[in-house]
Design a protein around this ligand. Sequence first.
Ligand SMILES: Nc1nc2c(ncn2[C@@H]2O[C@H](COP(=O)(O)OP(=O)(O)OP(=O)(O)O)[C@@H](O)[C@H]2O)c(=O)[nH]1
Ligand SMILES: C[S@@+](CC[C@H](N)C(=O)[O-])C[C@H]1O[C@@H](n2cnc3c(N)ncnc32)[C@H](O)[C@@H]1O
Ligand code: SF4
Ligand code: SF4
Length: 321
Amino acid sequence: MEDTLGRNINYLRVSVTDLCNLRCQYCMPEEGIAKKHHGEILSLEEIFQVVKTAADLGIHKVRITGGEPLVRKGILELIENIANLQKIKDLAMTTNGILLRQYASDLKAAGLKRVNISLDTLREERYKNITRGGKFKAVWEGIEAARKAGLCPIKINVVLIGDFNDDEIEDFAKLTLEESMEVRFIELMPIGQAAAWAKNRFISNHTAKERIKGLIPVYDGDRSSPAKYYQLPGGKGKIGFINPISNHFCKHCNRIRLTADGRLKPCLHWDQEMDVKAALRAGVEDLGEIIQKTILAKPLQHTLNRSDHAPVERDMYRIGG
Ligand SMILES: Nc1nc2c(ncn2[C@@H]2O[C@H](COP(=O)(O)OP(=O)(O)OP(=O)(O)O)[C@@H](O)[C@H]2O)c(=O)[nH]1
Ligand SMILES: C[S@@+](CC[C@H](N)C(=O)[O-])C[C@H]1O[C@@H](n2cnc3c(N)ncnc32)[C@H](O)[C@@H]1O
Ligand code: SF4
Ligand code: SF4
């Protein structure tokens, strides 16, 4: 369905939990978050009902995210149900990869097409530090398992953080020489824990691009993809730049979001939300109406570059990235 600006909204990002098995410094508070009561989050059946209705309104791409989606019990069943919807053509997951070794082949069997894996450093100690305890080896084995299971193309998401990983830009880029994976650099956004970091630890993708010599532009055919892609000469994989700050992609935005606690969000950086959980539990007859309202409420663009911008109230892990 089109929004008021003529953008075709065909992508639903579904956060299945706020919980996570890591505590990335720019995303989660160190102490983690209190587990919600069952009734506070959408059941898997309720999530499915929203996805099914959204599919009837033109959504054909669904991304499962979180928190960490692989810590949600019953996730395979949800994926299987969504994969069985004829109208859903692309079903993907964004994960930190820690549990992928264990889940990759089951995810594939359930009908997941591909995974995007978040990995901000290739160095064990740094990984432990930024994630407050995560094991790099587990993610690396997870990537391997995803590849073996055929959850491709595998995309590695690297959030650039000044004084943390800006000296690894070339190392990440080199991964694409031998591997057919996509490495995507993402600009740090001022949201949640990162709101305070975003000024002095922000690295523009302009800087990242300049560090990588010999980039050849490639067009991947998808104008709504936030990443601009390049290749190294002779490289098997691709290098992408996601520039939400320096060159935002709102003009081609095609997405809405469903949070784990049952709110539909027209935009990542907008506080407005529709309470789909209340509607579901009140036995609303036309669930489609609330999805349509969400699409029609989409703003033109975020206001991150305005001096009066105030970060949204929800943290990233409570929206789904
Ligand atoms: N500003 C903004 N940033 C977004 C949005 N969606 C995703 N991002 C950022 O882009 C990063 C990568 O997102 P992914 O979860 O990999 O999803 P994707 O880029 O849509 O994935 P593909 O379908 O594989 O292209 C996220 O971690 C966010 O930082 C959005 O709607 N607005
Ligand atoms: C919130 S996580 C949820 C999924 C999963 N736990 C993971 O880490 O892939 C989704 C993505 O958001 C990114 N992210 C979190 N905070 C961010 C910020 N302030 N700016 C840019 N990306 C951010 C993470 O690096 C991750 O790639
Ligand atoms: S970025 Fe992902 S893995 Fe890291 S704390 Fe946030 S939700 Fe967890
Ligand atoms: S910031 Fe909002 S309008 Fe811009 S791409 Fe993200 S969700 Fe779309």
